[in-house]
Design a protein around this ligand. Structure first.
Ligand code: GLN
Length: 308
């Protein structure tokens, strides 16, 4: 017999398929190839059980959903104090590509905007950019529960057109936030954004955070337990860019979106949620993804501040 959660997800998916607003990201030329009809929802419990509806095996690029996981890697490798000196934990209220740096120290306001994410990529363990990439790739693979692969065309496309991110990386170099060659660190950031995922992969990554940092199926620890609350905190306050406040108000879960159309949300101790749907609103968040999370939160009382 079908579980009630499975039936619920299928009817929610059918209902929200008719939601047609939003535009597929076009500022990275290769991303325009995404099909606006791709739509998948996946919920993975901390026991590793997956519930899926729609296109959950369709691959797309992770984009900014990689940011909390690479921040986690920096925390694990360099420790909270070192990382805290180089990236803040304050919401910027600005767009994802804003150059929001602390006026005196140059530290990006948080790791969920591009500036903070590029800085985080530069803090992965390794003495060369190649070693740092190996570390990032390995870490993302532990979160996902399988080795990662890249969409080379998206990577090239972003590297060929990422002038604004290049300016940000040089600013970070100017302030001593990046050691070594900022262009090599930036290429690693472009690579991490080009990692191919499907909705299921993202839900397992979210479930790993929900499960205290241990992948529910492989049993491998992806980050030290004390770092989980740090990562979830910045996701809660900064994960949805300049929609973060409204998101916390309406949905009440730590989350992260990406311009590929992915969104993850985490209910600590219970489950991870992932949605794939490429059409984005003007802030760069998946339109259907937001709607799915609003509905799940409301229908199941998931808001973290309503647990009395
Ligand atoms: N790779 C994208 C960029 O840096 C990621 C942005 C996003 O997903 N919001 O522009």
């Amino acid at each position: 017999m079908k579980s009630p959660i499975q039936s619920y997800l299928e009817s929610l998916h059918a209902e929200l398929s008719s939601l047609r607003s939003g535009e597929v990201a076009s500022y990275i030329p290769e991303l325009t190839k995404a099909d606006p009809d791709w739509f998948g929802i996946c919920v993975v419990t901390v026991d590793g059980v997956a519930y899926t509806a729609g296109d959950t095996a369709q691959r797309f690029t992770i984009q900014s959903v990689s940011k909390p996981f690479v921040y986690a890697t920096a925390l694990a490798d360099k420790g909270r104090d070192f990382v805290g000196r180089r990236v803040g934990v304050e919401p910027s209220g600005d767009a994802f590509n804003s150059i929001s740096l602390h006026p005196r120290t140059g530290a990006p306001l948080n790791p969920m905007i591009n500036a903070g994410a590029i800085a985080s990529a530069g803090m992965a363990a390794g003495t060369t950019a190649e070693q740092q990439w190996e570390r990032i790739a390995d870490s993302l693979g532990v979160f996902m529960g399988r080795p990662i692969t890249l969409d080379e065309a998206v990577y090239r496309s972003e590297s060929d057109t990422g002038f604004r991110n290049r300016a940000i990386a040089w600013m970070l170099k100017n302030f001593g936030i990046i050691d070594g060659d900022p262009m090599a660190v930036l290429e690693n950031y472009f690579r991490q954004c080009s990692v191919l995922v499907d909705c299921r992969d993202l839900a397992y990554m979210a479930a790993t955070l929900a499960n205290g940092g241990v992948h529910p199926l492989t049993g491998r620890r992806a980050l030290p337990a004390p770092d989980v609350e740090r990562v979830l905190s910045v996701m809660a306050t900064c994960g949805m860019y300049d929609y973060a406040g409204s998101w916390l108000y309406e949905v009440g879960l730590p989350a992260k979106s990406g311009v590929g159309g992915g969104i993850i949300a985490v209910l600590p101790g219970r489950f991870g949620i992932a949605i794939c749907s490429p059409p984005l609103d003007e802030k760069g968040n998946s339109v259907r993804g937001i709607e799915v999370c609003k509905r799940l939160s409301r229908d199941f009382g998931l808001h973290l501040f309503n647990k009395a």
